[in-house]
Write a protein that binds this ligand. Structure first.
Ligand SMILES: NC(=O)c1ccc[n+]([C@@H]2O[C@H](COP(=O)([O-])OP(=O)(O)OC[C@H]3O[C@@H](n4cnc5c(N)ncnc54)[C@H](OP(=O)(O)O)[C@@H]3O)[C@@H](O)[C@H]2O)c1
Length: 330
């Protein structure tokens, strides 16, 4: 960022499901430009003209922060151009998540890793983000030894086309059609949940088993979680720990409907799992487009801004700049 001036922000994929929420959350910031494919170039959104995200536009050196809310192949193609142009790319796709040189960040969990970036910070999968918001405080309190999770994921997790399809269907047309890749044993979504959890928590051997399902819900993912811990943690103690965690809200009956449209991740129905010695079972619900995507990305940008402000609190300021990148490259 140029000293003393507002960062210049680019939203790649501004017409999509995540891009729409990014636009909403960035609506009070100046210097925001919208980009999408050639199909949408020239369209007007919020009084701004959508531009085509071309390599030349990204390399022009006119952007400080680029939020990428496009598919994985498009991110692979365009992110390097944004970085070459001097921007920090905050990427929502899975293109760079498992790259050892790219921090994969949930600010409440491993925010300190963001400053290690070399131009790219990856945003985890939506189901990983809300899961880790609940797992991290439990790990800090009692040490996780095993995690099992069943997800009930909404259609919007598969993008705006899936949302439209769901809205157009009648209830008896709904099936559990998956947009995920199946290798005969696991969906790629289940592998992502495990591998991303291990990377972010820095627990490379943590046993994590997931079963992921899409359900006919428009926005909001629900997860049923079973954890085992090194030290005993009663449901009451877990409630206390979770209640004191920023970004989490205790809720008696977390559901997608209750989580949709709010920033906090909901956690509840916390109870002992009597089938194991030191086990807990609980539910987690989150808005996959907000904390699961757009909000988490903006929080990362703000974190980078805060880190260059020498500890000064910088709320929603997006002060990501070249100094952060230089620090990350060292
Ligand atoms: N939805 C979620 O809950 C969620 C959560 C976590 C992560 N993600 C990830 O976030 C990314 C975006 O997801 P989404 O759900 O917002 O998808 P989406 O609704 O399908 O939107 C895709 C966006 O990408 C744009 N795009 C497509 N091809 C492009 C190109 N060649 N150049 C520039 N822009 C292009 C589209 O623009 P046009 O309108 O011009 O086609 C559209 O704005 C994906 O990687 C997804 O896996 C999504």
């Amino acid at each position: 960022m140029r000293d003393g001036s507002e960062p210049r922000i680019g939203v790649m994929g501004a017409t999509g499901a995540v891009g729409t929420v990014l636009r909403e959350l960035l609506s009070d910031r100046p210097n925001v430009r919208y980009f999408a494919s050639a199909r949408s170039a020239g369209r007007e959104l919020d009084g701004r003209v959508v531009e085509e995200a071309t390599p030349a536009a990204l390399e022009a050196g006119e952007l400080d922060v680029c939020f990428f809310a496009v598919g994985t192949a498009t991110s692979r193609q365009l992110v390097p151009h944004a970085v070459r142009g001097g921007a920090v790319a905050i990427d929502k796709s899975s293109a760079y998540r498992m790259d050892p040189d790219v921090p994969l960040v949930v600010p409440e969990v491993n925010g300190r890793r963001a400053v290690e970036h070399r131009g790219i910070v990856a945003v985890p999968n939506c189901s990983t983000i809300q899961l880790l918001c609940a797992l991290k405080p439990i790990h800090d309190a009692a040490g996780l030894t095993r995690v099992r999770v069943a997800t009930y994921q909404s259609a919007s997790g598969a993008g705006s086309a899936a949302m439209e399809r769901l809205r157009a269907e009648t209830p008896d047309e709904h099936d559990l059609r998956m947009d995920w890749t199946y290798d005969g044993e696991e969906f790629d979504e289940e592998v992502k949940l495990r591998e991303e959890t291990r990377k972010i928590m820095e627990l490379p051997d943590l046993p994590v088993q997931a079963t992921c399902i899409r359900v006919p819900v428009v926005v909001g993912h629900l997860e049923a979680v079973w954890v085992e811990t090194e030290r005993r943690l009663s449901p009451d103690a877990a409630r206390e720990v979770l209640a004191g965690t920023p970004g989490l809200r205790l809720d008696k009956f977390p559901s997608p409907a209750r989580a949709a449209g709010i920033d906090d991740v909901l956690v509840g129905r916390i109870r002992r799992d009597p089938t194991v010695e030191r086990g807990l079972a609980f539910l987690v619900a989150g808005d996959n487009l907000r904390k699961g995507a757009a909000l988490n990305a903006i929080q990362i940008a703000d974190l980078l801004g805060a880190s260059v402000a020498n500890g000064r609190r910088v709320d929603r300021s997006l002060q990501t700049d070249a100094r952060v990148k230089r620090a990350g490259a060292r």
